[in-house]
Design a protein around this ligand. Structure first.
Ligand SMILES: [Zn+2]
Length: 289
């Protein structure tokens, strides 16, 4: 009788040991798999980090797979990596961290995420002369904003705005047209000189002044040169809602009348790395740079 009891006890202990061993093996396998996934993600993310942090120039990363397809709970890239991997499709060179161009990209680069092939963007963040601006603008297909005299935007941007204007009355900021919409280099420069001067520009270039960027864009850096921005007289949430529904967003903090055409639904903006900031009841969508 005693022998039978000992045998049963031995079997029970043995079975416990086997279960313990099986569980241990499973845990090990999970740990090894996680480590392998982590290594893969780290390898993918490395080129972008090199662009941003190691100050490499001419970065053309391999992390070009659709940002939307990698969305979801297992999203492996950071906000910054997702944003940069998207804009590398449009920009020839990702500006180096700490440069004037990087500051401009951070402040005005939101438009570069536009996924439409019909929407054109310059291949750099700064247009340096009137000639260069004209050369870029001659490639654009412009269309008039309904209800204005001479307010033109890139066709996709104008179409989206005109759709929003069917649902809500959305006037231009000045009401005059041209200067609220697509501008030339000279107008960008004139507006800059109204609020700032060469000393301000030097401070911006040295990274010592940023507040002015929410008031006026430096010469050659305005989104208005690209035909993808407009200054509007918006004063209620219903107007903001229909603009958002049609791909228009506020992307420059404290520049209240300024709207940028991104062509992406609001719910998808975080997938492209955008972060939102609410200032005095207005939601701004900012680049994660
Ligand atoms: Zn503006």
């Amino acid at each position: 009788m005693k022998n039978i009891y000992i045998t049963k006890l031995f079997r029970k202990r043995l079975s416990k040991k086997i279960r313990f061993m099986i569980i241990s093996v499973c845990i090990c396998l999970v740990l090894v798999a996680s480590s392998s996934i982590y290594r893969q993600v780290a390898t993918n993310a490395q080129p972008i980090n090199q662009c941003l942090l190691a100050k490499a120039s001419g970065c053309n990363t391999n992390v070009q797979e659709s940002v939307l397809s990698t969305s979801g709970s297992s999203q492996p890239l950071t906000q910054q990596e997702r944003f940069v991997s998207t804009i590398t499709q449009k920009l020839k060179v990702i500006p180096q961290l700490g440069t004037y161009e990087y500051t401009l990209l951070r402040s005005y680069g939101a438009a570069f995420v536009n996924p439409s092939n019909d929407v054109k963007l310059p291949d750099k963040v700064l247009l340096t002369t009137e000639e260069e601006t004209q050369e870029f603008q001659t490639q654009l297909t412009l269309e008039k904003v309904v209800g204005t005299n001479d307010c033109y935007l890139q066709k996709a941007a104008a179409d989206a705005l005109n759709k929003a204007k069917i649902q809500q009355h959305i006037p231009l900021k000045s009401g005059y047209g041209k200067s609220d919409c697509t501008r030339n280099f000279a107008t960008n420069l004139r507006f800059w000189q109204k609020y700032a001067n060469n000393t301000t520009l030097e401070k911006v270039k040295e990274g010592k002044e940023t507040a002015i960027l929410g008031v006026v864009a430096p010469p050659g850096a305005s989104q208005h040169l690209w035909g993808l921005a407009i200054d509007l007289g918006v004063n209620n949430q219903k107007q903001r809602q229909v603009l958002n529904q049609n791909g228009w967003f506020q992307t420059v903090v404290k520049d209240v009348p300024h709207w940028t055409y991104l062509g992406i639904p609001a719910e998808d903006l975080p997938k492209f790395g955008f972060k939102n900031q609410v200032v005095q009841g207005i939601t701004y969508w900012l680049t994660p740079l």
